[in-house]
Design a protein around this ligand. Structure first.
Ligand code: ARG
Length: 504
């Protein structure tokens, strides 16, 4: 690392920082992701300062010229962040001062603090990442949707306690995941709304005596509203906590589907086979085909939870105002975004290419008394027996059959055991009552397994997914429009025309 030089805030200091101090305090690795947002925030701020008469048009032109160049240099690799300048904000400002001179570059930080600046960068970055995650979840829901549409009537065992419970369809199972991930979309949408507020203008913690226009920067940065209270906004990281909580639940849900894929693809279950392109082998056992992607998804979940816990712990002891502890909010958040995005980039294709073994599912659903509840329900409806008593009778029947290593399909035995309880049911009828496919269709209750209900839910979920896609599109458009508006003003100023915006 080069020898530390005097910092931009070094006026009251008589010595330079030690190399160790610089190494301990800088945030360059995490901040590199923020540079383009830092530049956009600075452009909006400078435009506003000129518009309000706080800086002159000539100052604005120089500032915007060098901010543009800083961005170009960054994209070309000619401008990299220097740890000696501590963070992205100081690096961009130093770049400006070095190139435009203190006379111009030194004016950018008027009526602004790094405390509101870092929040602007984080809000802008988080907004885009949330939309990326939402797109990934939509792709996953589409994968579940195609499974659901194909398998509305494909019977399989439904489980409770990982034991056979009642027959369900593969389509019913797939729509359960869509229903679950739609809630993730709503949580992410809520986190987005919190992130889509403008911290700029809160300054260090108290606002400013300069006549700034926070509505103008709000517009130029595509935020919905200013986050008004200066001290609150400077002290707030709950938008990050909300985001991390939403991401943690996304991972919990991805981990659950992964868990199912891991055991569905075991020899014992045999209900699914992964495509070779989405599995791994063993270095020693030639026969192995493992669900590594699912296992890694499950295994990375804890790191995202860790990020949430890290932030919550960080926040709990902090007094109002800016505290340097806040700098530590970014690395775990970045990691959480990266993990969730990586999982969502692969799981939709993995699911789409998975082969579901429907014959095996049908075999399993008939193997282990999954329709016992149907028989109990029949006794209640047709023999006027209370449910508790019919439960007892069918429980006894299952116990007897299991002891003899038989199942319901030993129809004569089933019938004669029922007769011992004084209940005579013709075998043809028993076959109907205990038929897994009929059982599935007979659950006509709202949200139940019948194909009518599953088809209805598919339609309803499709509508919700479309609404979410429109929401994502609208948010992205709001961001792009604001970016374009800011860049258009920058272009105009650089061409020497105007600093005016089209009415706000
Ligand atoms: N790197 C800092 C952070 O991430 C930026 C703000 C620094 N502000 C300050 N007063 N030291 O929080």
């Amino acid at each position: 690392m080069p020898t530390p030089q005097k910092t931009l805030w070094g006026g009251r200091f008589s010595a330079s920082l030690t190399t160790d101090t610089v190494a301990f305090t800088h945030s360059i690795e995490a901040d590199t992701r923020l540079i383009i947002y830092d530049i956009w925030g600075s452009q909006a701020h400078a435009i506003m300062l000129a518009r309000q008469g706080i800086i002159a048009d000539t100052d604005l032109r120089e500032i915007l010229r060098w901010l543009r160049k800083a961005e170009e240099d960054f994209q070309n690799g000619d401008f990299t962040l220097d740890p000696n300048k501590e963070d992205v904000h100081m690096n961009v400002e130093s770049y400006l001062i070095e190139n435009a001179g203190r006379e111009f570059g030194g004016k950018l930080h008027t009526a602004r603090s790094r405390n509101d600046q870092v929040l602007v960068d984080a809000h802008l970055y988080i907004r885009e990442e949330i939309l990326n995650i939402q797109r990934g979840i939509s792709a996953l829901c589409d994968a579940f949707l195609s499974i659901a549409k194909k398998h509305v009537d494909t019977v399989m065992p439904g489980y409770t306690h990982t034991q056979h419970a009642q027959p369900i369809s593969l389509g019913f199972w797939a729509t359960a995941y869509i229903s679950m991930f739609l809630r993730d979309q709503k949580r992410l949408q809520a986190a987005y709304e919190l992130a889509n507020t403008n911290p700029l203008g809160a300054c260090a913690l108290a606002g400013t005596t300069f006549p700034i226009d926070r509505h103008l920067t709000t517009k130029l940065l595509g935020f919905d509203t200013p986050h008004e209270h200066a001290l609150d906004v400077i002290s707030s990281r709950d938008f990050i906590a909300e985001t991390l909580f939403a991401l943690s639940l996304v991972m919990a849900n991805l981990s659950r589907i992964s868990e199912e894929l891991v055991y569905w693809t075991t020899y014992e279950f045999g209900m699914a086979v992964l495509d070779d392109a989405y599995s791994s082998g063993s270095s020693i056992m030639p026969q192995k085909k493992n669900a590594d992607i699912a296992e890694l998804t499950r295994g990375r979940t804890g790191r995202v939870y860790g990020a949430l816990l890290d932030l919550l712990t960080n926040l709990k002891g902090l007094p109002m105002g800016y505290n340097r502890d806040f700098q530590e909010d970014k690395p775990p958040l970045w990691e959480a975004f990266d993990i969730v995005k990586a999982c969502l980039s692969i799981l939709p294709e993995l699911l789409k290419t998975t082969e579901f073994k429907t014959e095996r599912m049908a075999e399993l659903v008939n193997a282990n008394f999954a329709t016992a509840t149907e028989l109990a329900n029949y006794l209640v409806k047709e023999h006027q027996i209370s449910f508790r008593e019919s439960h007892e009778i069918v429980g006894w029947l299952v116990g007897e059959l299991a002891q003899q290593e038989k199942t319901f399909i030993d129809w004569e035995l089933t019938q004669s055991l029922m007769r011992q309880k004084g209940i005579d049911i013709p075998i043809s009828q028993l076959k109907q009552i205990l038929d897994a496919e009929l059982a599935l269709q007979n659950n006509q209750s709202l949200g139940g397994t019948s194909s009518n209900e599953v088809s209805r839910m598919i339609e309803c979920f499709e509508e919700q997914l479309n609404a979410i896609a429109i929401g994502i599109y609208n948010c992205q458009t709001q961001i792009e429009d604001a970016k374009k508006e800011t860049q258009q003003i920058v272009d105009d100023v650089l061409e020497g025309s105007t600093t005016q915006t089209d009415g706000d």
